[in-house]
Design a binder for this molecule. Structure first.
Ligand code: 1GP
Length: 241
C-alpha cells in the first residue's frame, strides 16, 4: 500500500496515536481491536520522549493484530523501525532549531534508506496550546502563537514550496486547547498538500469542527488512552463527511 496516496485521498481520515509508554500489551491489543472495528485509517506510533524501550514490541503487537498501516511519528532518530509501513520525516518548520530542520535527517538518512520504510516528508508545525508540551520542550523550539494565523499560513506555504508533501499542525500531545478553527481554515486555503491536525482533540464535536475547517487527517492520542470507545465515536464523525 502506498501510504502517501492513501493520505492524499480526498476524504477525511482518522489516525490513532499510540505512545508506546502509555500502553501495556493487553491495553494495546484492546485498542487495536476497537480501531480495527471502527475502521481507523492509520496508527501513528512514537513520541517526543520515550521512557520505555518498547517501540519494537509495540509495532509488532499492532502488526500481529490488524492490517491498519503503521506510520512512525518519530521524536528522535532512535525511533526508526523497519516493521512499520512508513515514517513521517518531520522538519520542524515552526521552529528555528537546525537539528530538527536538517541535522537529525542527515544522521538518519542512511538508516532510512536501508529500512525500506516509505518516507513521508512532512512540514511539522507546533502551535501554542496554552501550556508547554513535551514536544515544545524536547524540541527546544518556540511554538507559533495560536492567534497568529498569518505566521502559520506563511510557514505552511514555505513548507510546501520547499517540497514537503504533508503539513502537520500540532498543539502537542495533551494540548490544553486544540488548534483554533480560523487558523486551520486559513492554512488549508493556502496549501494544496494534505493537512494533518492533532493535539488536544478530545471530543467528536471538536474533531468534526476541525474536519469542517479543512483538516484532512485528525490525530487523536491522549483522549483514547483512557477511553477506547472514543475511537468508535471519533470514527463515526469521519464517516459522516
Ligand atoms: C500529538 O497530535 C498528537 O502529537 C495527538 O495529540 O495526544 O493530545 O490527542 P493528543
Amino acid at each position: 500500500m502506498n501510504i502517501y496516496n492513501a493520505l492524499s485521498e480526498n476524504k477525511k481520515q482518522l489516525a490513532v496515536l499510540i505512545d508506546p509508554d502509555k500502553y501495556s500489551s493487553k491495553s494495546l491489543i484492546d485498542a487495536v481491536v476497537v480501531a480495527r472495528k471502527a475502521m481507523v485509517s492509520f496508527f501513528l506510533v512514537g513520541g517526543s520522549l520515550l521512557e520505555k524501550v518498547n517501540l519494537d514490541e509495540t509495532i509488532r503487537v499492532i502488526k500481529d493484530n490488524c492490517e491498519i498501516p503503521v506510520i512512525i511519528f518519530p521524536g528522535d532518530v532512535l525511533q526508526i523501525n523497519d516493521q512499520a509501513d512508513a515514517i513521517l520525516l518531520l522538519s520542524l518548520i515552526s521552529g528555528r532549531n537546525p537539528e530538527l530542520l536538517i541535522g537529525k535527517h542527515v544522521v538518519a538518512a542512511p538508516y532510512l534508506k536501508e529500512s525500506g520504510l516509505e518516507i513521508l516528508p512532512t512540514g511539522y508545525m507546533l502551535i501554542d496550546s496554552g501550556r508547554p508540551t513535551t514536544a515544545s520542550y524536547m524540541s527546544n523550539s518556540l511554538p507559533i502563537p495560536s492567534n497568529k494565523d498569518g505566521i502559520a499560513v506563511s510557514t505552511a506555504m514555505a513548507g510546501e514550496m520547499l517540497g514537503l508533501k504533508l503539513i502537520y499542525m500540532d498543539g502537542g500531545s495533551g494540548a490544553l486547547n486544540p488548534i483554533p478553527l480560523s487558523m486551520i481554515e486559513n492554512v488549508k486555503s493556502a496549501i494544496s498538500v494534505p493537512l494533518i491536525l492533532g493535539g488536544g482533540i478530545t471530543t467528536p464535536q471538536a474533531a468534526s469542527e476541525r474536519f469542517k475547517a479543512g483538516a484532512d487527517v485528525i490525530v487523536v492520542g491522549n483522549a483514547i488512552e483512557t477511553e477506547n470507545s472514543l475511537i468508535e465515536r471519533m470514527a463515526e464523525v469521519v464517516f459522516s463527511f
